[in-house]
Write a protein that binds this ligand. Sequence first.
Ligand code: ADP
Ligand code: MG
Length: 240
Amino acid sequence: MIEINGVSKFYGTSQVLKNCSVKVERGEIVVVCGPSGSGKSTLIKCVNGLEPFQEGSIQVHGIEVGDPKTDLPNLRTRIGMVFQNFELFAHLSILDNIMLAQKIVLGRSPTMAEAKAMQLLDRVGLIDHAKKFPSQLSGGQQQRVAIARALAMDPLAMLFDEPTSALDPEMVSEVLDVMTGLARDGMTMMVVTHEMGFARRVATRVIFIDQGEIVEDRPSEEFFTASHNPRTEAFLGKIL
Ligand code: ADP
Ligand code: MG
């Protein structure tokens, strides 16, 4: 579903991704972890064409992200992206937040868009909050709305960039539970997170990235039990 091949990226003269290769098969959950500034967000942004890269190639569902002929806005509508800070539209109700792109980008009728939105609100446990505005919801609830909004576009894959990092601790699990449900339903996911419990329980593979380099890429159980790389051990020692 996602194939990253020898990707290098520079900001000016500083290289932030070094010859990175990752393959994510359909239905796989790949967790990406690593120290702050190691290039995790950059890697995720390259996948949906939010950041250009200078070397290598990335294919999503067979589409070349780096090809100038690729219709990036169209590709992005098929890749769900969830950020740390929710980024809901503050002036729209929860329901309208989930309906907007369905109507404007996919051309769905208001009836269809609303039915889809309500079905997704039910799935993330927020059916009673449809008429509220984002500011009336907790951080955990807002993040679940952001996930529902991304799912409304029927994405081929979902990318998460530290979806629980901005949340109060008691709200982390409600968001991880929704993501776990998605994983069980077969969604292809790349998840940047430091939630190693989630990684161990849910991920098929865990990737550790340090200074722009993919240091490890292993099945998740093996990552936690058999990895003796000093950089990985130093990182895990700090966060576990
Ligand atoms: P992470 O998500 O792992 O914390 P990032 O991908 O955000 O790391 O950043 C990787 C490196 O790229 C960091 O050194 C960061 O300072 C640098 N960087 C990120 N965005 C930009 C930018 N727009 N311009 C210049 N440097 C950037
Ligand atoms: Mg980041």
